[in-house]
Design a protein around this ligand. Structure first.
Ligand code: NAD
Length: 495
């Protein structure tokens, strides 16, 4: 958890103790315990978030169950009218949402705006639910005079358990699809960044959803466990670190729920000798250091192939040194703080481990922490990294890029194949044959070809392979429709 070690002074715009949104009302949590929500750029408290409990979850599930029958009977075309309204409100409030993301998460304002846009795009795609949710059938499908068709039905109440790194976007990989399909929904934001969802739920309230259709419960582990165990919850979407994803997958499945659990990552960027460096390097910078490296699609290993090695490493180092570190609200800033004091310590320890293991520190970002109150780590680049080193194996989730030099594409692919994770991998080349081999072989859910952050648009599925994902159906697009509906086969004969 990301709470500061000692209580922090309150910011001038301190917002008090946050509330849950349940059954169309803002309600206080029944939990006594709270945690400070810290602005990582200033180390000031922005609010206190209640660390909710099973009772909070129970109240929300009851409200959602109560809303379900009438919501599922509301024609899809009518259900999406609320989503159209929400899209409109989110567009009107885009800057306000983005500023709150930057305040509580730290990322640069442009990054925050981009992530709000991604959230809105998921609402737009879910507005197509009348077509997306349609079934299919066949006259005389069983025998002459016996027709057979498939219809899709919503299941009931679903929940999303969210990570800190995309406070607006991640809930929207699931929420719009679930409710458009006729389910009711509960969002559990990360306790490190609960403020953005407060604004989103103000807009949800304004969008006119019937009470109980969409609910917000704040908290940490106790709320997660209660959601995983509650018999009224039909399915859970989780996004976060791999150990928690595995735990959520196991426990939800044991309780007979649908579950999709997205985990951590170690994403590789392969630079072939023919990569066009002046176009490739900005992509590498955006991937490794955007959002201070706290993206599940962040490139954290650059593998240089053949004679590109020396040239690429020095171009990467020069570009990393040129990035400006600071408060993400300032327009000139490229790299904001990391999420918390603990995260900062963990990342600094990973850098020390890289040095101890014999990698060469080309760009040292540790100085960014000096003379600053916030939790800063500057862009950090290692070269002479070997695949077996800890910094090449473990997710660091911070602005640290390791460079590994190899001779062949085959060796680069082996590095990717041997990693436990499988979220994303990118290749930079001008040769179609090489790119084709890469896309064919790389065991990951998202492949970039001359793209640094291979983030799928809302109408494509989003999820990784291997230990980056537990489940079958991914988030977004048609996968989301399959996850949030059950299919029923109807066989009809008229005597
Ligand atoms: P996290 O796993 O610490 O927390 C995620 C959620 O789980 C939070 O809501 C938290 O309250 C809850 N949680 C934490 N520990 C728990 C426990 N022991 N039992 C029950 N619930 C628990 O993740 P984070 O630090 O918030 O987010 C960063 C991680 O998320 C990184 O590993 C990143 O790669 C991953 N991530 C993955 C994707 C993806 O699409 N695969 C997207 C975004 C982030």
């Amino acid at each position: 958890m990301g709470t500061a070690k000692a209580p922090r002074p309150r910011a001038a715009n301190y917002r008090g103790v946050l509330r849950n949104y349940v059954g169309g009302e803002w309600v206080a949590s029944t939990a006594a315990e709270t945690q400070q929500v810290i602005n990582p750029a200033t180390a000031e408290a922005l609010a206190d978030v209640p660390l909710g409990n099973a009772q909070d979850v129970d109240v929300a599930v009851s409200a959602a169950q109560e809303a379900f029958w009438s919501w599922r009977q509301t024609p899809p075309q009518q259900r999406v009218q609320h989503l159209y309204q929400l899209k409109h409100l989110m567009e009107q409030n885009r800057d306000r949402i983005a500023r709150t993301i930057t305040e509580e998460h730290g990322k640069a304002l442009d990054d925050a705006r981009g992530s709000v846009q991604r959230a809105i795009e998921n609402v737009e795609v879910a507005c197509g639910i009348p077509s997306l949710m349609m079934g299919y059938g066949l006259e005389d499908g069983a025998a002459r005079g016996i027709d057979e068709e498939v219809i899709r039905q919503p299941l009931g109440v679903f929940a999303a358990i969210c990570p800190f790194n995309f406070p607006a976007m991640v809930p929207f990989w699931f929420l719009p699809y679930a409710v458009a399909c006729g389910n009711c929904f509960i969002v559990k934001p990360s306790e490190q960044v609960p403020l953005t969802q407060q604004i989103v739920f103000e807009l949800i309230a304004e969008a006119g959803f019937p009470p109980g259709v969409v609910n917000l419960v704040n908290g940490a582990r106790a709320v997660v466990d209660a959601l995983l165990d509650h018999p009224g919850i039909k399915g859970v979407s989780f996004v976060g670190s791999t150990p928690v994803a595995r735990y959520v997958y196991r426990r939800a499945a044991e309780n007979g729920k649908r579950v999709q659990a997205q985990g951590g990552a170690k994403n590789v960027l392969v630079l072939m000798p023919d990569a066009i460096l002046d176009k490739t390097i900005p992509n590498v910078m955006g991937s490794a250091f955007g959002s201070a490296g706290q993206r599940c699609l962040a490139g954290s290993l650059a593998v240089t192939v053949g004679d590109s090695a020396g040239k690429a490493a020095s171009a990467i180092a020069d570009a990393a040194r040129a990035l400006r570190v600071g408060n993400g609200l300032e327009p000139s800033v490229d790299v904001g703080p990391v999420i918390s004091e603990q995260a900062q310590e963990r990342i600094l320890a990973a850098i020390q481990r890289g040095i101890d293991e014999g990698a060469r520190l080309l760009v040292d970002g540790r100085g960014a922490a000096e003379n600053r109150t916030g939790y800063f780590v500057g862009p950090t680049v290692f070269d002479q990294v070997r695949p077996e080193m800890t910094i090449a194996q473990q997710e660091i989730f911070g602005p640290v890029l390791g460079i590994i030099a190899v001779d062949t594409l085959e060796q680069a692919l082996q590095i990717i194949e041997r990693l436990p994770y499988g979220n994303a991998a990118s290749i930079f080349t001008q040769e179609g044959r090489v790119a084709r081999e890469f896309r064919y072989r790389a065991p990951v859910g998202n492949v970039g070809i001359n793209i640094g952050v291979a983030a799928p648009m809302a109408y494509f599925p989003f999820g990784g392979w291997k230990e980056s994902f537990f489940g079958t159906l991914h988030g977004q697009g048609r996968d989301a429709i399959d996850f949030f509906t059950e299919r029923k086969v109807v066989i009809t004969r008229w005597f």
